[in-house]
Structure formats: C-alpha cells, structure tokens
Design a protein around this ligand. Structure first.
Ligand code: ZN
Length: 362
C-alpha cells in the first residue's frame, strides 16, 4: 500500500529529526519582509533554500523579481508528470514578521529553532515556514513511496505576505499561463484548535480603512472654544456607533452576510474555536447576538477599531486596550463632574457602561 508507506515515510522523517533539521535551517534565515534591510535574505531563502529543496523532488524552479520594486521576489516551481493529469497549485510565503529579538522569553531566539517539550519555537514555525516545510515533506514522502505523485504540481512562493503581498496580484495577472492549475491547496493560517487538523474551503478577506474627521486647520483652546466648535472625537465615536452596536454587532444591513444558512450552521455546530494554551479567553457575548463564537468568526463579518496606525497596512493588531484623553468643561459649580476613578456613571452614581473606566490622565 503506497498510502501507508507514504505516511510511514512522513512519520520517520519527523521522528528521526529530518523535519527539525529542515525547519531549523529555514528559520535561521531572517526573512523579515517588514525590515527593508533584509532584502537579500528573501532572495537567499528562495534561491538558496526553497528552490534546491524542490529540485531534489524533481521540480524545475525559477525566481522572479517583484513587479513592484523594491519588494521581495517570487519563486515558481513545477513538476509536470503528464499534462493530461490534474494540476495542483500550492502557495507558501517565505517571509516572516519582524524577529523582535530581545522580546522573546529567556532561552528563545527568533532565528534558532528550539524544542521545549512537544513545542517548537522560532520565527516562522507557525507562519509559514512550518506549514510549507510540511507540504514539501509530504510531497517527498509520497514520491519515495510510489515514485510518482499521480498529479502535476505548480508552486508559488512569495516573500511579502507580511507586508500585504505587494506585487502578488500583478505577478499572477502577468503569469496566468505559468500558474494555470485545476485546484489550489495551500497551508497558511490557524487551525480551529491546536488538537484539530483543519481544512478550510475558503478564506476571510479584509478591508482596511481609516475613518478621518478633518474639520479645520489647527487646534483651538478648549477653555475658549469648547462647546462652540464641533469635536472630531465625538463625531468619530458617533460614526462608529452607526456602524456597530455596543457589542460590536454590525448595524449596516448591507454589511451583514446572508450566507449563514441552516446547512452552514449545522456544519459549524461541532466546531469549538480554541486558540490553545496562552490564547485569550473568547468573549462569548461579543458580536452578533444569537450566534455562537464559531458562527461569528467563520459565518459572519466583524468590524473593529485597530490598535494604532502603523506604517505597513498589514500591521493592524486588535488592541487589548484603548485610552483616550477627554475633557469635561463646566461653569456651574452644582453640576456633577465625571468620576476621576472608577466606572463612568451618571450624576447619581449609576454606572453607564460596564467596561469603560475613568482614570486620571496618565
Ligand atoms: Zn502566513
């Protein structure tokens, strides 16, 4: 049985340290696409590591410059057994986010693969060097077992995924024939839970936008002008409140999906999203009422405020906390002031919101 022997080849590769050695070599190449000084490492990863790894499996390969300089190159590899066979297209990205050397726990280094118990640490182990190393190993295990795959493979690696894939659309558009295939099978992104192997049949898209309220040139003294001039912060808050309700549920009818059918809900019913150890606890009452957390993330849309404005469009973390500086102005000594500490409350001390706290300016 070639299937059983392919699986046993894969297990042997893992158990005898082949996977660790291959991944360690790849992790050691600091392919930070968010760091312009690493351009040569991106090239080295494709031409010195990935291309030769595919060549060993009977693939031809070539790197291509990015149509949008100075961004990183692409690699295309292929193994055509018979043009009449089905062609599988697979994708990987050789770049990683910044290594953040010095921010790792003692004993860990972003560019040195480290084993602790049954976990491997190193930049790219979970995104995407681990995944594409597994796919490479799977092709190798199948070839070793039966001498052929029984299908053709085309491979595209990019080196800018962590900066929003600059040039990817243009490169694919200009190379349609080169990349022509029947089915895309690729590994990137999370599992629903660490213990649950997951196949997604589609992937979420995202739109980034800045909401801007630009009312006038220059700031004005709030003692003189507060209450006379419209306040952009308040206008922005009201705008956000027209987009979502207090729990993040989307209010704009056209932004709400109509694809969460009974069949989809039934399919999702057995899935529990679980980020595993160290992951944040899911807010079960956040988002669209009446949906499970799994339905909200896989079957619905969300809208959120990103943490800060970063230089790269992709760096939009969901913040853990936000703090805004506000000022309440008054002439009437009898009017209640907002509390300096504690829950935001009305004049009689009744809390107005559950989660917003007042604090003295930091
Ligand atoms: Zn990725």
């Amino acid at each position: 049985m070639s299937r059983a022997s392919a699986i046993s080849n894969a297990e042997q590769y893992f158990d005898e340290g082949g996977f660790f050695a291959d991944l360690a070599r790849r992790v050691a190449i600091p392919t930070e696409s968010q760091n312009p000084a690493r351009g040569a490492e991106l090239e080295r990863y494709l031409a010195g590591e990935i291309g030769p790894s595919f060549a060993k499996l009977g693939f031809t390969w070539k790197t291509y410059p990015n149509p949008k300089p100075p961004y990183g190159p692409f690699l295309v590899a292929e193994r055509i057994e018979d043009p009449k066979l089905v062609t599988v297209f697979t994708y990987g990205h050789g770049d990683v986010i910044r290594g953040q050397e010095g921010s790792w726990r003692a004993g860990l280094d972003p560019w040195k693969l480290t084993r602790e118990g049954d976990r491997l640490y190193g930049r790219g182990t979970a995104d995407n060097k681990g995944q594409h190393s597994i796919n490479l190993a799977a092709i190798s295990a199948a070839l070793a077992a039966r001498g052929k795959l029984g299908f053709n493979v085309k491979v595209l690696y990019e080196t800018g995924e962590e900066t929003g894939s600059p040039g990817l659309r243009e490169f694919c558009g200009a190379n349609k024939n080169l990349l022509k295939a029947d089915v895309l099978i690729a590994s990137d992104g999370p599992r629903v839970a660490p213990s649950r192997p997951t196949i997604f049949l589609g992937t979420r898209g995202a739109f980034n936008l800045d909401l801007v309220v630009d009312l006038r040139a220059g700031g004005h003294h709030s003692g003189n002008w507060g209450g006379l001039l419209a306040n952009p912060g308040i206008i922005l808050a009201q705008a956000l409140a027209t987009i979502t309700g207090a729990k993040g549920e989307i209010r704009i009818p056209e932004w709400r999906p109509n694809t969460l059918t009974a069949v989809v809900r039934e399919t999702l019913a057995g899935l529990e999203i679980d980020g595993g150890e160290g992951a944040p606890e899911i807010d079960r009452d956040w988002g669209e009422p009446g949906l499970t957390p799994t339905e909200r993330v896989i079957g619905w849309s969300s809208f959120g405020q990103a943490g800060e404005r970063h230089s790269a469009a992709r760096e939009l973390p969901l913040p853990a906390a936000l703090r805004g500086r506000h000022r309440s102005q008054r002439h009437h000594p009898g009017a209640a002031a907002p509390p300096h500490q504690g829950r935001l409350s009305d004049g009689e001390g009744h809390a107005l919101t559950r989660r917003v706290l007042c604090r003295d300016p930091a």
